[in-house]
Design a protein around this ligand. Structure first.
Ligand SMILES: [Zn+2]
Ligand SMILES: [Zn+2]
Length: 335
């Protein structure tokens, strides 16, 4: 299901963060105030092994907990974020059997995603053998600023390549908030929901009706029968990612080079390239065999692309990167 084609409202939120109830520096109330005053619409405070219960007038609070469970191939524990289940005693009791724990959450209308796979030293196999979780953190701000292990795209594509649809979430996992290295407001999810309630947001998360971002916003996204298009706030790079060596990428650097070569009539080996300039908007058409691609560029970067007749077989996903290296990830489409 495509969230961009459904009715509802877009709400921004952080689903993994800590308070003084575990090892965070802000009280639960301060954490909620912090996110409310920074434009978030929902929040889950996910203290270690403890459910933090709190309400806030401007934020939808989703009960959550981060639990360390099971054992990975390298002998570490998985860190799981559990949302919507408040029975922390049972969660504690089931920690040794990660399968039983996830089953319990599933049977009690909660949901699970796997925290920071890169930071946890997870292998693709560690992720494949677990079932019934909705996704992984493709980005974790805390793990990024602390030890450069924030991004987990390799883990994500590794699982997708096994024909398992899991979603990508961006989260803060904030502990320090505003003291350096700042570990807050680096990643979040935009969820399409019918109503601003914890149940409705969790339902959208389960159905993949969201996208993850560190900055770029996606305005629209369509796909069907060899076709995909998206429009978004200005970015420096657009990537279509698929399994094995399949994919397509265009960066501003490549674009400028193509433009130069086109103007100097030096282009060889590309079947067809055409440039249209109107006011301050440029459109570049590229045709390679059956494939037709179009990118639109404004003064600030790319704002649109479309691809017809792509050759992807299993799945594809869209990844955008802005001039500051901040990414956005649209959830994968299986073919
Ligand atoms: Zn963790
Ligand atoms: Zn955490």
């Amino acid at each position: 299901m495509n969230p961009f084609k459904l009715k509802g409202i877009w709400l921004k939120g952080n689903l993994h963060t800590h308070s003084t109830n575990s090892d965070g520096v802000l009280t639960p109330e301060q954490v909620a105030d912090f996110y409310a005053s920074n434009g978030h619409g929902f929040l889950s405070i996910t203290d270690h092994e403890k459910v933090t219960r709190i309400a806030h007038e401007k934020l939808v609070l989703i009960p959550g907990i981060e639990t360390s469970a099971g054992e990975t191939r390298l002998g570490y524990g998985y860190h799981l974020v559990v949302l919507g289940v408040e029975d922390e005693e049972t969660i504690q009791r089931l920690r040794r059997s990660i399968e039983e724990l996830i089953d319990f959450v599933d049977e009690n209308d909660g949901l699970v995603f796997v925290a920071h796979p890169y930071w946890s030293g997870l292998t693709i196999e560690d992720l494949i053998k677990l079932k019934k979780y909705i996704g992984i953190e493709v980005y974790n701000t805390g793990c990024d600023v602390e030890c450069a292990k924030g991004f987990s795209m390799v883990h994500w594509d590794g699982v997708l390549a096994h024909n398992r649809l899991i979603y990508g979430l961006a989260v803060d996992d904030a502990h320090r908030y505003v003291s350096p290295p700042v570990d807050a407001l680096g990643g979040w999810v935009w969820v399409k929901t019918e109503t601003p309630s914890a149940e409705a947001i969790m339902d959208s998360l389960r159905r993949g009706l969201f996208y993850a971002s560190m900055g770029p916003r996606v305005d629209d996204f369509s796909h069907g029968d060899g076709f995909v298009e998206a429009s978004f706030t200005p970015v420096d790079r657009v990537d279509l990612v698929s399994d094995n060596g399949w994919g397509l990428s265009i960066s501003l650097e490549v674009y400028e080079k193509l433009r130069e070569m086109l103007e100097a009539k030096e282009l060889k080996g590309v079947s067809e390239v055409e440039l249209n300039v109107e006011d301050e908007v440029e459109e570049l058409y590229i045709r390679m065999g059956d494939l037709k691609a179009l990118v639109r560029k404004t003064m600030d970067g790319f704002t649109y692309f479309s691809v017809k007749n792509y050759g992807f077989k299993k799945y594809f996903r869209v990844e955008l990167t802005d001039g500051k290296g901040r990414k956005a990830w649209i959830n994968p489409v299986f073919l």
